[in-house]
Every structure is written in C-alpha cells, then in structure tokens.
Design a protein around this ligand. Structure first.
Ligand SMILES: [Zn+2]
Length: 169
C-alpha cells in the first residue's frame, strides 16, 4: 500500500481503538494470540487490551474464536489481526465519509439558512419565519447565512476523499 493509506489506517485505528489498538496492531503478529499474552508483553491491563481488540474487531481488522481452557474452565479468546483486510476496511470507511459529505452538500445546497448574529443557532428559512427572525435563545435578530464558502470547503474535502479512493483501489 502507498504510504498515504498506511497513515490513514493508523489514523483510523487510533480514532476507533486508541493508542493501545495502534500499539497492538503495530506488533505485526501473524497468527493467533490471546489477550493475556498481549497484556503481559506490553505491561497493559488486560481489560484495556480486550477493549482495543474488540474495537479492532468492530472495524473488521481483528477476529477471534473462543475456546474453553480445559484447566481453568474459563473461556479463552484467541485473536488474530486481519492485516490483509486493511485496504478493504479503509475503503469502506472512506466511502462512509464520502456519503456523509455528499449528504451534507445536498442538504446545504437545498436549504436556506439563517443564523443568530450571536452564533447561538443555525436554522432553516422556514424555521426562521416561524420565529419571526428572532433567535429563540437570545432574542437577537437572525440573519441570512451565505454558506457558499462552507459548501465549497466540503466539496474540496470530498474531492480529497475521492482522490484517496482512487489511490487505494
Ligand atoms: Zn442568539
């Protein structure tokens, strides 16, 4: 993968699974391991290790199987990191962001907004009429919001996401 995608994967993991998730991921363990082994190796609380691993699991970057330990009778989790799914996960997350940005643009484009001059609220034209163009919080006048610049920024963001998506095909 290109360096950019690696950076994005790291950002994604850090956001969802925190520093511990990132550390575990960076261990590059191929094959199975238990949360206990990781906790011992890193000197981190086992619950923190589990939390991070489940977050990675939610992302699709880790999987586990449970097996009863014959000696203790406890359920043991055997984890595996899905390094080969990096690209797929990243793509899916970028697609999610892309859709969100597109929805935002559509909403901004189809709505006329008014804002309080003190910045308390941002509401639609219809709502502004109902409120007599007065802020419901501070009673100051509401004024028309030119969102052209804001929409332009979202469009730029969207373009970047689309470029990234092309790069990581
Ligand atoms: Zn106000």
């Amino acid at each position: 993968m290109v360096a950019k995608s690696e950076e994005l994967v790291r950002e994604l993991i850090e956001r969802v699974a925190g520093d511990i998730g990132l550390i575990i991921y960076a261990l590059n363990i191929n094959g199975e391991f238990t949360d206990e082994e990781i906790a011992m190796r890193l000197g981190i609380e086992i619950n923190d290790v589990r939390r991070a691993l489940f977050a990675l699991y939610e992302l699709g970057l880790a999987e586990y199987r449970r097996q009863k330990d014959e000696d203790t009778g406890w359920m043991e989790y055997y984890w595996k990191i899905n390094y080969d799914r990096e690209r797929e996960v990243l793509r899916r997350e970028l697609m999610k962001t892309k859709r969100k940005l597109e929805e935002k643009i559509e909403k901004e484009d189809s709505t006329v907004y008014y804002i309080c001059i003190n910045g308390c609220v941002k509401i639609s034209y219809e709502q502004a009429i109902e409120m007599g163009f007065t802020c419901p919080r501070c009673s100051s006048p509401l004024e028309y919001l030119d969102n052209t610049l804001a929409v332009e920024k979202v469009r730029e963001e969207l373009k970047k996401i689309e470029e990234l998506l092309r790069e990581i095909v």
